[in-house]
Write a protein that binds this ligand. Structure first.
Ligand SMILES: O=C[C@H](O)COP(=O)(O)O
Length: 263
């Protein structure tokens, strides 16, 4: 992790917690993670759409330093798109981040790189920071083609963005075989792909822009393994699934990413 890039810990709640449970978890995280840590780490929770208003109320009311966001956004701003959620709505609710192209969306909802690109543009139109997810399956990893696969996925997902737009994106590398499996990539595995991502960002935009983009690792991150992962030079934080649902563990791993465990 380079000094210029503040680490980001993003908790992806996935399809968990109703709005009552969301309030309770945010309050517990805020209680467990003292404000001083926020000088050195950005912490966000990516919650179900139905939780956003409740989380906003707690964050604003108690002036919490953590931010919140969504797990998906429509490529459309408004219109006859039943079930879709516009970036304009997320902006109005004070969201900061939105994940785009999570492997569960790519796999279960057939989201292609082209869809991911359109959603990324929609997020940027509304001042949201897209966390663009990429990652290879086990077959690609075992074939030794993971670097080329991720670089190709990244380039297709950001195709045609200006350097300024690329500079506003966060990239999350999540090997699909490490998600929810307890099988975490080694820190070296994470660095190999995150380093290649940064080189690709320099080609897509320019080296100065690439040097400022935060690249996260995701896949079975917890309080025990986060230090080694975020200690890699091109890994600037983590996209955390299961461990983000446990307030104490999420607070602890956020504190570790800030440079020191909770006392
Ligand atoms: O978005 C988060 C990832 O899918 C990782 O999930 P996990 O930490 O439960 O493996």
């Amino acid at each position: 992790m380079a000094d210029a890039r503040k680490p980001l810990i993003a908790g992806n709640w996935k399809c968990n917690l109703n709005h009552f449970e969301a309030i309770a978890l945010v309050q517990k995280i805020a209680f467990a993670l003292p404000e001083k840590y926020f000088d050195k780490v950005d912490v966000t929770v990516l919650v179900p759409f139905t939780d956003i208003r409740s989380v906003q109320t707690i964050v604003d009311g108690d002036k919490l330093l953590l931010t919140y966001g969504a797990q998906d956004v429509s490529e459309h701003d408004s219109g006859a798109y039943t079930g879709e959620i516009s970036g304009a709505f997320l902006e109005k609710l004070g969201c900061t981040f939105v994940t785009i192209g999570h492997s569960e969306r790519r796999t279960l909802h057939a989201e292609t790189d082209e869809v991911v690109l359109r959603k990324t543009k929609a997020a940027l139109r509304h001042g949201l920071t897209p966390i663009v997810c990429i990652g290879e399956g086990l077959d690609v990893r075992e074939a030794g083609e993971h670097v080329a696969y991720n670089v190709a996925q990244l380039k297709a997902s950001l195709a045609g963005l200006t350097a300024e737009e690329v500079g506003k994106v966060v990239v999350a590398y999540e090997p699909v075989w490490a998600i929810g499996t307890g099988r975490v990539a080694s820190a070296q595995d994470a660095q190999e792909v995150c380093g290649a991502v940064r080189e690709a960002l320099a080609e897509i935009a320019d080296p100065a822009t690439a040097a400022g983009v935060r690249v996260l690792y995701g896949g079975s991150v917890n309080a025990k393994n986060v230090a080694e992962i975020v200690g890699q030079s091109d890994v600037d934080g983590a996209l955390v699934g299961g461990a983000s649902l446990k307030a104490d563990e999420f607070a602890q791993l956020s504190a570790i990413a800030a440079g020191g465990p909770l006392l």
